[in-house]
Design a protein around this ligand. Structure first.
Ligand code: IPM
Ligand code: MG
Length: 375
């Protein structure tokens, strides 16, 4: 009998999801053995896989079955891989894989998304940016996750007339962006607390020169900033931030922002690590937390055994840290990944022209390397 048991709901989803999830489970098993913890993983359906399964069973077609949600709520943590793919891409379809992801975030109350961006020395050549720009960059993106545009009113009207329709009639689409003070406050406060454990610098990103939601965001942020005199606080407009992230990424420590801006900026920031295949994320709220790579389901390479499992494995690292307070194991896993990279092992997405062919590994072999480095 292990000392402790944790129930983890695993959601492999679509595309490369099942392949990278398999490696994360192997890593969990190895860590469980080393630290005398039993991680009991139970697979559930989400995304396109759930759409197909519910349709085949003649049930109500959904990307987020009730059984998945119930299991997630009852679990100690949720580990998700990725959802989506061309098979379910019809934009007019009423059920889409992404609804599974947005739905589970909302239903679990995961209002905060952390995306730590670390520059691995060994991967500096894999980035499109110059090493002298990247060196020493280490930032934490804190993204609001259940408010704003993605959860606002989405609407379409037909046969609308007016000046914007060129004299005739046409369709109109609306997505509304709303934020309450409370929604801003809980995220920004978390960012300041995180900054206290880091380099004590918060950059809050908004578009306060145009958007009312941003002006509220800025007001709340300034109020909270006043409670943290030891933290250096800055506001930065989102367009400028997009430029600064590639011009001078070292200036960032904690970057906090609303949902849409965080979605876009975190994909941009992933290139500082060399590949979106390296970026893990943790989604936290008041209940069960969820961990997932920041990348998508990469349908173009699915099933070929070449996907990079490291963002999924680094999501396990965040799970150990935030859900199980297993910091020692988390540090060991982070060091194992770094060691594998330092030894020159690569998946194809993080290889460059100088990588010898025999150092390029498939998904499973990369998982094995990490497990061996843990031992
Ligand atoms: C992400 C993804 C999702 C998001 C999509 C798939 C809905 O891009 O996790 O960043 O925008 O939140
Ligand atoms: Mg995204």
């Amino acid at each position: 009998m292990a000392n402790k048991t944790y129930k983890i709901v695993t959601l492999p989803g679509d595309g490369i999801g099942p392949e990278i999830m398999a490696q994360a489970k192997r890593v969990l098993a190895a860590i469980g053995q080393a630290y005398d913890v039993d991680f009991v993983c139970q697979d559930h359906l989400i995304g396109g896989a759930a759409i197909d399964a519910t349709r085949a069973a003649g049930e109500e077609v959904t990307a987020l079955p009730q059984a998945t949600l119930d299991a997630a709520k009852a679990a100690d943590a949720v580990l998700l891989a990725a959802v989506g793919g061309p098979k379910w891409d019809d934009p007019t379809s009423p059920v889409r894989p992404e609804q599974g992801l947005l739905g589970i975030r909302k239903q679990l109350g995961l209002y905060l998304n952390l995306r730590p961006v670390r520059v691995y020395q060994a991967l500096i050549g894999a980035s499109t940016l110059k090493p002298e720009v990247l060196n020493g960059s280490d930032l934490l993106i804190v993204r609001e996750l259940t408010g704003g545009l993605y959860f606002g009113r989405h609407d379409r009207e037909h046969n609308v007339a007016g000046a914007a329709y060129g004299g005739g009639t046409g369709q109109k689409a609306v997505d509304s962006m709303e934020y309450s003070e409370y929604e801003v406050e809980r995220v920004v406060r978390w960012a300041y607390d995180a900054a206290m454990r880091r380099k004590r610098h918060v950059i809050s990103v908004d578009k306060a020169n145009v958007l009312e939601t941003s002006r509220l965001w800025r007001e709340v942020t300034h109020r909270i900033a006043a409670e943290y005199p030891d933290v250096k606080s800055e506001d930065m407009l989102v367009d400028n931030t997009a430029m600064q992230l590639v011009a001078n990424p070292r200036q960032f420590d904690v970057l906090v922002t609303e949902n849409t801006f965080g979605d876009i900026l975190s994909d941009e920031a992933s290139m500082l690590t060399g590949s979106l295949g390296m970026l893990a994320s943790a989604s936290l709220g008041d209940g069960t937390a969820l961990y997932e790579p920041s990348h998508g389901s990469a349908p173009d390479i699915a099933g070929r055994g070449i996907a990079n499992p490291l963002a999924q494995i680094l999501s396990v690292e965040l799970m150990l840290r935030y859900s199980f307070q297993m910091d020692e194991a988390a540090n060991a896993l982070a060091a194992a990944v770094e060691g594998v990279l330092d030894d020159g092992w690569r998946t194809v997405d993080i290889a460059d022209a100088s990588t010898p062919q025999d150092r390029i590994l498939g998904t499973e072999a990369m998982g094995t390397k990490v497990i061996d480095a843990l031992a």
